[in-house]
Ligand binder design. Sequence first.
Ligand SMILES: [Zn+2]
Length: 155
Amino acid sequence: MTNRITYRCPNCGGQDCGWDAYAVWDDAEQMMALGGAYDEMWCSDCGELKSLDLMPLAEQPVLTRPMLLQVLDLSTGHVTKEVMDRLYDHQGNWPFSVKIDPYGCFLSVPDVDTDPADLPPSLAQCFQYARSIGAVYIHFDRDARRDETLPFYSW
Ligand SMILES: [Zn+2]
């Protein structure tokens, strides 16, 4: 993300501040648009002011559209039966979440540097594949089709 900025009133720190400006009509957009801004500034919190402080915008910006996450839907056959049994039994103190559902389970894909040393190879390959395509979750789905990118274990 680019470094976002904001302006604050140097007197009171308020953010309800800005510049005097004038509006023009935009024929194409069918709405008023900014025609230009003057040097005069204002602060609704404390009154008039002579300058505005530019500063980094620290707050998380409000989302203007839904936040969608990528889920890789994989056949349960892309891990060994032993791995799936461990996932179902919640065995192994793994640094990722496991949620069992009627078709298999959902796993959060951990960052590459948090892969535990004892991560089973079949599961490690699935995580690596998920990360390579930007997926943040894997749904191991008994009904999913086989993915030719990954080894398949018949069980
Ligand atoms: Zn102020």
